[in-house]
Design a protein around this ligand. Structure first.
Ligand SMILES: C[S@@+](CC[C@H](N)C(=O)[O-])C[C@H]1O[C@@H](n2cnc3c(N)ncnc32)[C@H](O)[C@@H]1O
Length: 214
């Protein structure tokens, strides 16, 4: 079975989404906004249904798609999400309001690496979802993991980077980015405080669970 056959088969089981969600997906496609891969999204949502988090921190809101999908599945959950790109922030606000999610989503505007003081009052989080600048994952992890509850989970998206982590990359900037992603994957896999597994779904979804102390 090749990868394409498997991907096509898995896509057969993805359920229809509400019209507003489809509208956001269409907008993202037309405007080249990188939202989470559909299969990765469905797997993450299933995982969240199982663990029923009450508070999620998301780094990288883009236009609000993943935040909205998460709160629609988890009516008792609060999501704090951060985005630094002004046009995307405006679009995220629009979609959060349109989907009636304002009471569940707090959007922090600015760079996640400089927003700790704003995020801190919202901690502790049951889940931290890292989906912002790919070269900064280790810094995001180190900055925000003190706000993660015991038994909490860190989910990192795009850790296979379209398969580029297995390839020889000509472009110097891209090669450096891929190097950082690989370095992050290896670092987190050997982190003594976390049990980590990389799911080869979507663009690579890595789930790291904080180990219980003692
Ligand atoms: C892959 S997109 C997020 C997609 C979103 N989670 C979804 O699935 O709907 C990554 C976003 O992170 C934002 N971003 C990247 N680095 C950031 C940073 N340091 N602080 C805040 N936002 C950042 C980008 O502007 C971009 O919109």
């Amino acid at each position: 079975m090749n990868d394409e056959t498997l991907q096509n088969y898995l896509h057969l089981f993805i359920k229809e989404r509400p019209a507003l969600i489809r509208e956001i997906e269409e907008y993202a496609k037309e405007n080249h906004v990188p939202i989470m891969d559909l299969l990765g999204m469905e797997h993450m949502l299933q995982f969240l249904r199982l663990i029923q988090p009450k508070k999620i921190l998301e780094l990288g809101a883009a236009i609000g798609y993943s935040s909205i999908r998460m709160v629609q599945e988890l009516p008792d959950c609060q999501v704090v999400t951060i985005e630094r790109n002004p046009p995307r922030i405006e679009k995220a606000k629009e979609y959060i309001a349109k989907t009636g999610s304002t009471h569940q989503i707090t959007l922090i505007e600015g760079d996640a690496l400089g927003a700790f003081e704003l995020v801190q009052p919202h901690g502790g989080f049951d889940v931290i979802f890292i989906d912002a600048a790919k070269g900064q994952y280790k810094r995001f992890f180190e900055l925000y993991e003190p706000l993660l509850n015991d038994d909490g989970v860190i989910i990192s998206d795009n850790v296979l980077f379209h398969g580029e982590i297995f390839q020889t990359i000509e472009n110097k900037r891209r090669r450096e980015l891929v190097r950082k992603i690989k370095e992050y994957n290896e670092w987190i896999q050997s982190h003594p405080g976390y049990d980590t597994i990389l799911f080869p779904i979507g663009d690579g979804v890595m789930v790291s669970r904080k180990k219980r102390k003692g």
